[in-house]
Design a protein around this ligand. Sequence first.
Ligand code: ADQ
Length: 460
Amino acid sequence: MSRLVVVSNRVADPRKAAAGGLAVALGDALNTAGGLWFGWSGTVIAGGTPGEGELHLQKAGTVTLATVDLCAEDHADYYLGYSNSVLWPVFHYRLDLARFDAGYFGAYRRVNRLFARQLLTRLLPDDIIWVHDYHLIPLADELRALGATQRIGFFLHVPLPPQQLLAAIPQHEWLMHALFAYDLVGFQSEADLQNFSRYVQAEAGAEDLGDNYYKAFGRTVQAGAFPIGIDVDEFAALTHGKDAREMYERMKDEYSRRQLLLGVERLDYSKGLPQRLRAFKALLKKYPDNLRSATLIQIASPSREAMDTYTDLLQELESLCGAINGDFGELDWMPVRYMHRNVARKRLPGLYRVARVALVTPLRDGMNLVAKEFIAAQDPADPGVLMLSRFAGAAEQLKDALLVNPYDTDGMADTIQRALQMPLQERQARHQTLLKNIREQDVHWWRMTFLKALGAAARG
Ligand code: ADQ
């Protein structure tokens, strides 16, 4: 059997529960298969040489973690720069937030070359290589240039925007060309897959060979939609664990007279936080029966704090929360509880379970695992309601959620009201279907379907 090699920007010890959808899902995948996980160590070396970085090896159970340090310049220009100031905003349809700084692209190529060089020394001829996310689009191309002949698959965790938006990236042709060095390219949703198909045919003159095979630049690649899931059983078990139960009991007690609404995510402009707060404010104005009752708990974990767009967002949120609490709050009722921090993974299900409504309303999201975790944590006899943005990849699967347009403040307020008033029977019926959806396509299904397709992809 071939060994699995996973490559992603960040690497986590799969035995430790880490925050971040990617770390959680890949940890599960490698724990089962054993293998090598390669990526950046998380260490930034002040004054190091660009394009150079030491390789560290560490055993974590059955998995070998192989990581490379980055020098400060590469961290600034590859990670904060090209990856998170060009690709992240454009892939989330936010051209207005993109910064096409001339130095970024060189660093992106340089670090991908460094990763390829270091990874090559650890590869075995029969390895199956699975590369993850927008930081590493050109990795297979760099590996091929060094002579690697292994099967290599790529999975994009974030959305792929339509052709016109993608073409706003000065190096768009180069990036899409690089995807043809893979044997299989996976996306989260059918919408992303369609965007890929349209782009390669319109911009690169690709030939559609059928069965999602495309030929361009003298190479053939297969593409597909592989919506990522969660480990439903593991999450259900966490829900019944001591920490989650304690969290549930404490919150239930504390908020016994309130209706809880919950938002949980990384603090990121793609997640639609200001829009959500405005909708909550509109709810309190339009439906005063919620005064002294509806309470929004918003947890936003710190993310990419070295970037201005993120500190600006933090300030905007703090001021919105302050204004809502100032305008509507009473001595014994705070409408919004906002926390800028992580919640331990073991406790998170308790919070999900106590919420009457989850507000998962990103402006754009590859998939969104919080939506799936919320479903898994509910009590089927008395489940909460999932409100989900139609612009999250998860909306393609979770049609029984209340789907909303996060930009439509009034519409969102109406839907929150509907969720708060939803009769038990409807809540149960919706939850039952949603639970079936996330069970059928869970994280194991995702991993196996992708790896099976990669193993079967015709090469050339
Ligand atoms: P993210 O943008 O990080 O992931 P998401 O899919 O929601 O978004 O995963 C977040 C994970 O982090 C969840 O497991 C959640 O429980 C955890 N988390 C978030 N905020 C937390 C907090 N404050 N405290 C504790 N835990 C928290 C990217 C893409 C998504 C895609 C995933 C996986 O942006 O669209 O679904 O990768 O492919």
